[in-house]
Structures are given as structure tokens and as C-alpha cells.
Design a protein around this ligand. Structure first.
Ligand SMILES: C[S@@+](CC[C@H](N)C(=O)[O-])C[C@H]1O[C@@H](n2cnc3c(N)ncnc32)[C@H](O)[C@@H]1O
Length: 505
């Protein structure tokens, strides 16, 4: 049971050393909300069984493609094509330009050419994401800079490899974005065999780059362990090397045929990629019954990341009858905290400029973005930063000398400021919760991008509103007691407030 469009690809896979039993695993179109094209178990699988194997040589990376060698490794490096994703993107464009003559021709023919990711949205759709951090993380202009300054000059320098009349078809900026999006949504980070033990972790990178021109984001969990020996819950933490210019030497960002046909859904993972010296193996991490979809999940990401990287959102029933993604998060920038502090505390004589304290905070490794999630707890770091702002000159001097930011106790100043910050954060979206809920009542007729954007921002607003509710309850309780009472939030739980000393000012 495999669909006709995949037949040439599956034949290519099997005749090049790939191993899959097509009587045990099939491919079909699931409903869009379940990922569209995906893999299905055709028989019962126990935990720890191999679903299919892929020889390393069949993965497509800047190392397995011969382009860098033909181009000349020295000049490849001089042009910095060994840094970030631009080299792999160029390899993929070059391989695709050769059609079925490429070693990966039948594989490349199965990859998507259109994406639902905001990278491809128009301005009015992007506006719908206002208030979320998605747009600022797209990095579209950085990607374009990479293309114009690095990749296009390399292409133009070798008309023998990249014929000028092929540039508009195979080497355009649009193709660059398409290949980058394929990497972002489907690639794995595969450790080299000579490095010894390690994890081959599925990875994707934004073609839109941050300052360092590269952003690596872990996509699906991949492991070196055998799932029969406890890897089931061994979810690998994201290895976000957002600032790294180069892949670690031991890792190749790689396209992995068949493995990238598996869809993802919150809390549903039942398969994971493992490797040994010569082979990558997709193995079950749970029992899978005949007829069930095979999921290789991206680490249960929030909707803001799912939409940015993969172009979909997860919508599951939540407690209280709502629907959303239990993995949702919302970001609060430190500069919002500082600006609300400045606005609200003109009467507070802290004796020293905020800028000095913020510089010190950052030098000490303090966060510049705080993340709230569906636990509705407040990160300790944001409380510590707020208390830093309120320190008297004398206390500030002490903190600096001892290299110790204030303890994250949710005293009344911090609580009041926190409420103001979260309210302000909530006002950064151009619609209210009620308006978004109304919009989603017409779910079936909504344009896809608008629907996705509304789900993303509503999930963030629910977190802010629920956290605010908890804080307001806490403040009401505090108002009922002595003004001198101080509430602590250690660890991370504003509801765990206990009486303590009032903070000094
Ligand atoms: C690794 S590929 C999975 C295979 C893909 N469905 C295909 O047809 O090739 C990841 C892409 O599949 C889609 N996808 C995966 N899981 C999904 C889900 N739960 N809901 C909607 N789309 C999903 C998204 O388009 C995503 O970018």
C-alpha cells in the first residue's frame, strides 16, 4: 500500500541499500490536521522494532554530494560555503538541476515545492502574527543577504557547473528559499561515524538567519540508544546553536530519505531515528498498532515554532474545553520589563541608571527573553531582574560586588510590575482573546494563513491571561494582609508565595 507518486522513489530507495518492508509500512494521505502525506503501520509493531534503515551514503548532505569537491574544497571554504546552510542549499539546487541524473533524483522529486510557513506569507498575513515573536525570527532578509553575497557570486564564478541559462530555473532566490525550507522542515543532524558515540539528531535550520547567519533548531528527536533500553522518554533537549557560525565538526545537516516522510504531533511520537556506523535506523519507541500513523515528533514544540519551521499548528483538546497546543509558550522580552519599570517607577530613587544594571545583568549571563508556558508559572529570572531594578543604590553595589543577582522572591513591587508587564504584553496583539475566539468559530472558511496565525496568537494570549489571573489572585490575597508582606515565587510558582520581609528600596 504505497502511493503511486512514491513508487519510483521507493524503488530507488530499496535498490540503493535502503531497507523497508512495504507489506509492513505504507504511505498514505492523512487528513491535513494529521500531517497530510505520512506513514502508516500495516501490522502491529512492538517497542524497539526497526521500521526501516537508511545507509548513510543515501543521506544528502554537503559531505555526501560531490559538488564541493568538484567546485574545489579550498575555494568552497574560502567562499564560506562550509558555514551554515548555504553550502547544503547550493548542493541541493545543483543536485536538483540534474534531475534523474542526480544520485538523489527520485528522492528530490518527492520533496515539497510549496510551504505554509510564514517565510512565504504576504505582508497582510504576516500582520496577523503581530505580537508573536514569529516574524522577527523568520530571518528572511538574512537569508537573502546570504544568497546575494555568498551563493550567487559562487554560482556566477563557475558557469561550467551552473550554466547561466539555468540560473533562473534552478538557482534563483526562490529556489534558495525552497531548499532552505526543505532543510528547515525535514533535515536531520547526523553525527559522523568516526566520532564515535553520539546522537544523530534531526535538525533544521532557518534559512533566514540571525546575526550569526545561522540558526540551528532541533526538529525530531534522534538517538544513539536502543529504544528497548529506555530511550522512550529520552527526549533530547533542543540543541539550539543559534549563534554558531559552523556546524560542530562531528555533525552533518542531512536530508534523510523516508525518515522525513513521518509527520509529527504533540505527545504522539512512536518512532525515532537511531544510528550506527553505517546506517540510520528508524525504530519504534512504543507499540504501534496496524492502521496507526507513525509519528516522529519535533520535540513537542509550541505552535509559534511549528508554524515558523513546518507550517502547521497542533490543536488538541485542553482542560476547560478549550483547544490548543499544550506545548505553547509566550516570550516576554527583558526590554519590556525595563520599559514598564521606567514608566511606573519614576518616584523610585534607585540612584543609578537602569542601563548600568541591565548591562551587568546581561554580562552575568541573565536572560534577555523570558518564556511563559502552559504551567502558568513565572520564570524565576524575570522576578530576579525586576528586583534588580528596584534595588537601592547600596543594595545594587552589594549585588554587583558579590556577582549575585537578587533572589527571585515575588515581593509586592515585583508582583505589581509583573502584572503591568503581562498586561502590556497582552496589549501587543492587535486583537483580543474574544475576537480571536470569534474568528476561529468560522474555522472551516478561514484562509489557511489567517487560521494558523489566529491559533498561534490565541495560544499565547491564553497563557498570558491565565498567568495574569493567578497573579491577580495572589495580589488580592496580598492586599488583604499587611503591606509589609512579601510574596516569594521560589521556585517558579507565583502561587507558592510565602510571607517574608519587605524588599528594601
Ligand atoms: C518531515 S515532513 C513530514 C512529511 C510530509 N507530510 C510530506 O508530505 O512529505 C514535515 C512536514 O509535514 C507536515 N506535517 C507534519 N506533521 C503535521 C501535522 N501534525 N499537521 C499538519 N502538517 C504536518 C508539515 O507540512 C511539515 O512541514
Amino acid at each position: 500500500m504505497s502511493f503511486s507518486e512514491l513508487v519510483p522513489f521507493l524503488g530507488w530507495f530499496q535498490s540503493n541499500g535502503g531497507n523497508i518492508d512495504l507489506n509492513a509500512i505504507g504511505f498514505k494521505h492523512f487528513p491535513v490536521a494529521e500531517g497530510g502525506r505520512g506513514a502508516v503501520a500495516l501490522k502491529n509493531f512492538e517497542k524497539g522494532e526497526i521500521l526501516f534503515t537508511i545507509p548513510r551514503a543515501l543521506t544528502l548532505s554537503a559531505k555526501t554530494s560531490s559538488l564541493s569537491e568538484i567546485f574545489g574544497l579550498k575555494i568552497w571554504k574560502e567562499r564560506k560555503l562550509d558555514k551554515g546552510w548555504s553550502g547544503l542549499i547550493l548542493c541541493m539546487m545543483w543536485e536538483a538541476s540534474q534531475g534523474l541524473h542526480s544520485r538523489w533524483g527520485p528522492y528530490l522529486a518527492t520533496l515539497p515545492t510549496t510551504f505554509d510557513t510564514p517565510m512565504f506569507w504576504d505582508d497582510s498575513d504576516l500582520k496577523e502574527l503581530g505580537g508573536t515573536s514569529v516574524v522577527e525570527k523568520l530571518g528572511k532578509s538574512d537569508a537573502e543577504e546570504d544568497y546575494n553575497n555568498k551563493v550567487l557570486p559562487a554560482i556566477q564564478s563557475r558557469p561550467d557547473l551552473f550554466p547561466p541559462d539555468a540560473v533562473t530555473v534552478h538557482y534563483s532566490l526562490r529556489q534558495y528559499h525552497i531548499m532552505g525550507s526543505r532543510i528547515l522542515s525535514r533535515s536531520f543532524d547526523v553525527e559522523r561515524p568516526d566520532i564515535g558515540d553520539g546522537e544523530a539528531e534531526e535538525e533544521e535550520e532557518t534559512i533566514g538567519n540571525n546575526e550569526a547567519n545561522q540558526s540551528m533548531d532541533s526538529a525530531m528527536d534522534v538517538d544513539v540508544q536502543d529504544p528497548t533500553h529506555g530511550a522512550e522518554d529520552d527526549s533530547h533537549p533542543d540543541d539550539d546553536d543559534e549563534d554558531s557560525e559552523e556546524e560542530p565538526n562531528c555533525v552533518d545537516v542531512s536530508m534523510v530519505p523516508i525518515a522525513d516522510l513521518l509527520n509529527a504531533r504533540y505527545g504522539s511520537e512512536n518512532a525515532k531515528l537511531f544510528y550506527d556506523e553505517t546506517t540510520l535506523k528508524m525504530m519504534t519507541t512504543k507499540r504501534i498498532k496496524a492502521g496507526e500513523q507513525i509519528w516522529n515528533t519535533y520535540g513537542d514544540l509550541p505552535n509559534c515554532e511549528l508554524i515558523r519551521r513546518y507550517g502547521h499548528v497542533d490543536l488538541l483538546p485542553l482542560p476547560g474545553g478549550r483547544k490548543g497546543n499544550p506545548g505553547d509558550t509566550v516570550e516576554i522580552r527583558a526590554d519590556l520589563v525595563v520599559s514598564m519599570f521606567s514608566q511606573e517607577s519614576v518616584s523610585v530613587d534607585v540612584g543609578v541608571s537602569n542601563a548600568q544594571r541591565i548591562d551587568w545583568w546581561l554580562e552575568e549571563g541573565g536572560d534577555d527573553v523570558f518564556v511563559l508556558d502552559t504551567d502558568y508559572n513565572v520564570p524565576e529570572a524575570i522576578i530576579s531582574l525586576m528586583r534588580l531594578l528596584y534595588l537601592s543604590a547600596e543594595e545594587w553595589e552589594k549585588a554587583r560586588t558579590k556577582s549575585k543577582p537578587p533572589k527571585p522572591k515575588l515581593d509586592s513591587h515585583a508582583l505589581d510590575l509583573l502584572i503591568l508587564v503581562l498586561r502590556k504584553r497582552l496589549s501587543q496583539y492587535s486583537s483580543t482573546i474574544e475576537e480571536d475566539e470569534d474568528i476561529l468559530k468560522n474555522e472551516t472558511t478561514l484562509p489557511k494563513n489567517k487560521y494558523h496565525a489566529t491559533v498561534v496568537r490565541l495560544g499565547e494570549k491564553y497563557i498570558l491571561a491565565a498567568t495574569l489571573d493567578r497573579l491577580s489572585t495572589l495580589r488580592a490575597a496580598d492586599n488583604g494582609s499587611s503591606k509589609k508582606r512579601k510574596m516569594t515565587s521560589t521556585p517558579n510558582d507565583p502561587n507558592s508565595g510565602k510571607s517574608s520581609k519587605k524588599s528594601k528600596r
